[in-house]
Design a protein around this ligand. Sequence first.
Ligand SMILES: [Ca+2]
Ligand SMILES: [Ca+2]
Ligand SMILES: [Ca+2]
Length: 366
Amino acid sequence: MRYLFFLFLIVSCSKSLEERCFTTSDDIWTKYFKNSEDLINDNYYAHAQKYNVKKIITEKPNYLQIVNLKKFRSFKKDSLESKSEEIMEKKWKEYDSEFKAFNNKFSEQFTFSNQQKIGNVMYAFGRNQLGFWLCKIENEKPSAYFLGLSFSHYYINEVQEKPIVNNGFLELEGSFVKIVKVPGLPGYDDYSAIEDGKLFKIKLEDLVKDSDHDGYNDIFEKSFGLNPNNKDTDGDGMDDFNDLNPMFKSEKNKFTQLYETLLPDYGSENLSNKNYYFEIFISDCDYFHQISPKYHVLFSPEDSKSKTDYLKVTDVSSHGIGKIKRNKNNPNIFYIKEWGNSSSTDYSAEYKNGKWILEIAGGYVI
Ligand SMILES: [Ca+2]
Ligand SMILES: [Ca+2]
Ligand SMILES: [Ca+2]
């Protein structure tokens, strides 16, 4: 057993920095691009498709209890009704005023629903690109707790028949679902129910547990590969909650600079104090890992076996940046690819006087 573990360690660490960040042959280059798009397009879907009720239940987080309901709103009813034009319009009209306190406190990092007040504590259900959250405002202080339930498998009804916080539990009505189509267009995912009538219950005590007191609950840290028992996962002196790149220590060199240049740019909007807003990148490249970003970033390994359980089945990555290819004749020229939900751009990058000059060399837009 020990031998096997040792062997596994050697295999998983065997790639050199050169291999992790650079690509050489044109063949690998094309193949890599194909693979990196597959990462976004097919892997999650193919993997998520393998799940049936039994497999979802077998692999469910141990803190989650599932109760079968006799009377319930079906996935179809809930999703159709909440998407109807009439209801959408009404909802958006009232949304701003209804969730004013939450929007203010969480600076619009979530879409809220199902607000509830218990004593002087306000709760709301929150959704963002990473998944589902319970948001709380207590004594003017906002905190959000990640549920760790993948939207690839769990659908939470928009309309909850009962208050969501009850007797020390978060209780959410919903269904088991699967993603049915639209690969490559996250946000346009379509779902179908595989079993309706579920009540998902999580003990509040388990949900709010933040062992290292860094502001992120244990479930969040485990889901994304941070250390739930260390408030400074990468040991750079900045705690996970405030570290824009909490997984890896930032460095400054020409290749980290190249990756920084290629990060999606959101203009003047300041995202650095949005602690629940993350861009997730799938990359094993050390230079990419060592960036100093302007907003919170997290990294997921390329190899699906090394991913966290949550990231194995949940597509939370909306952008990607590939490996670097060297120009055989000019040591200052490199090629690199960057892609988003519906486009992909190939760049030729020249390092000149300490700066990168990028030129578009190709790409596509869907
Ligand atoms: Ca924590
Ligand atoms: Ca931590
Ligand atoms: Ca840190």
